[in-house]
Design a protein around this ligand. Structure first.
Ligand code: SF4
Length: 478
């Protein structure tokens, strides 16, 4: 009974409209994943990189399992394997041993270290450990070391992802001579999204550095022999070039602002890879929303045209035309439907903007992120429109409770919300990460006019199929 009252209080205290933020009680089923998981994902997008988790074996096992179930690829992640001694006296010996083992077995070009709740709590200084290793080792051909501070209690997988990209740039970027290229820092896009981005940049004839790029490492072809490090990823030499770019484009509006970034400038706000390059190497940067929907894609493609001086290629123009045509054909099936959306903050912001375009009423937006920016960004997109219920630092149990109360027509998010959709008997349109109960999560294209079209059709067809299944008449013509 006490618990029920607590839950009710929590729901009543949610940010509804312009209301107040909820009270705190213990999280039961967080709407986020572990921070080092995001860092490992980013490291998988660096060529020749082996991720190393500085913490217990269980953290590495959980992260490997989650990534393998989504990407359906082998994912080698090393661990410094904390034991009782390391927990009490510090994990320096463990991480040094782990590095030696990785170098002997994998011979990596880059070693990406990410910390965990435990190693952060006891205060291990990983950067110092790396310096001492380099000073003392007798091994030759050492990899480049990249570190990210990623305690899971301070952020989500999205924070870890951006911290690792920032760690890579701050360790490897090096000024030589100003180039004609641009830097592209995507959010937690799918491998299919990254392939599409590369295709678009090439169609503009634009030289670029894309970081991270796990389009092949996490969605490769079949092998006849096991490869310890899969082919693909952004080479370290390319990361070095980021310091000489004309511009950085970073996709997202929130990034790692919840994290206690180790790269804070003068104690100010957390940095991203793009803002780091701006501060250290005077590479200007722009932040764009994830390119989902007509408006966000127009913004992206106009920026590319401005940068490259090249008009939007005819192929892209046709993709745009087909998307608008699809909106005209299908919006009547979804107009006025009420949706609950959940996932990382930059993804839900993009989906909210897109759903507004097609007339779907978003009634709940939930994210496990806690940047403190979600409501502000939603207000900017909403304009005069009534605000949905906004849940930051969200818990799936709360999403379930509010969804039961508000009775949505559909949910949009990843597999972890399936049980809510199942209880409510409504469709769940699967996007983002993780997708563990369907095949092909890594090949969902969310971005571009083309990806938006796929997403739009998925939503429309889910609603049509749902109504068709419920109908007493087996109709086969809409
Ligand atoms: S202990 Fe922390 S770092 Fe390890 S799996 Fe759990 S949340 Fe992630």
């Amino acid at each position: 009974m006490v618990m029920k009252d607590k839950i009710t209080n929590k729901i009543d205290g949610l940010t509804r409209g312009h209301g107040e933020v909820k009270e705190y009680i213990a999280t039961r089923n967080a709407c986020k994943l572990c921070t080092p998981l995001g860092a490992c994902l980013a490291y998988k997008g660096i060529k020749g990189c082996v991720p190393l988790i500085h913490g217990s074996q269980g953290c590495a096992t959980y992260i490997r399992r989650y990534m393998i179930s989504h990407y359906r690829e082998p994912v080698d992640i090393a661990s410094s394997n904390f034991d009782e001694g390391a927990t009490i006296f510090g994990g320096k010996q463990n991480v040094h041993q782990a590095i030696s083992n990785i170098i002997k077995q994998y011979n990596p070009e880059v070693l990406g270290v990410t910390t965990t709740c435990l190693s952060e709590t006891i205060g291990d200084d990983v950067k110092q450990f790396m310096s001492e290793y380099i000073r003392d080792t007798e091994l030759e051909n050492l990899p480049k070391f990249v570190t990210a501070s990623t305690p899971s209690y301070q952020g989500s997988h999205a924070d870890g992802f951006h911290e690792a990209v920032l760690g890579a740039v701050s360790s490897l970027a090096k000024h030589t001579q100003k180039g004609e290229h641009i830097n592209i820092f995507p959010g937690m896009f799918s491998p299919a999204d990254l392939r599409y981005l590369k295709h678009v940049l090439e169609s503009f004839g634009q030289d670029y550095v894309l970081l991270p790029d796990y389009s092949e490492t996490l969605d490769g072809s079949s092998w006849s022999e096991y490869k310890r490090i899969p082919e693909g990823g952004t080479p370290k030499e390319e990361i070095a070039r980021t310091a000489d770019a004309l511009l950085s484009i970073q996709f997202g509006l929130v990034f790692n602002k919840a994290g206690q970034s180790t790269y804070k400038k003068g104690g100010g706000t957390s940095q991203t890879a793009a803002t780091y390059l701006e501060n250290e190497y005077q590479v200007p940067s722009v932040s764009l929303p994830w390119p989902i929907g007509v408006e966000a894609n127009d913004l992206f493609f106009n920026t590319l045209t401005e940068m490259s001086g090249v008009e939007r290629p005819a192929e892209i123009e046709r993709e745009r035309g087909r998307l608008i045509d699809a909106y005209a054909d299908g919006h009547k099936y979804v107009f006025g439907k009420r949706a609950v959306i959940f996932g990382e903050e930059d993804l839900v912001l993009a989906i909210y903007r897109f759903l507004n375009e097609i007339g779907v009423d978003v009634i709940v937006i939930a994210s496990g992120g806690k940047s403190g920016l979600l409501k502000e960004k939603i207000e900017e997109i909403a304009g005069e429109k009534e605000l949905p219920t906004i849940m930051s630092n969200a818990d799936f149990e709360d999403i379930a409770t509010i969804s039961e109360e508000l009775k949505p027509d559909l949910m949009i998010g990843h597999s972890k919300g399936y049980y809510i959709a199942r209880n409510l008997n409504i469709p769940l349109i699967r996007i983002g990460f993780p997708i563990h109960d369907r095949l092909g999560g890594q090949r969902i294209q969310h971005i571009g006019y083309e990806g938006t079209n796929d997403l739009f059709e998925k939503i429309v067809n889910s609603m049509i199929e749902f109504n068709q299944t419920k109908s007493e008449v087996g109709y086969k013509y809409m």
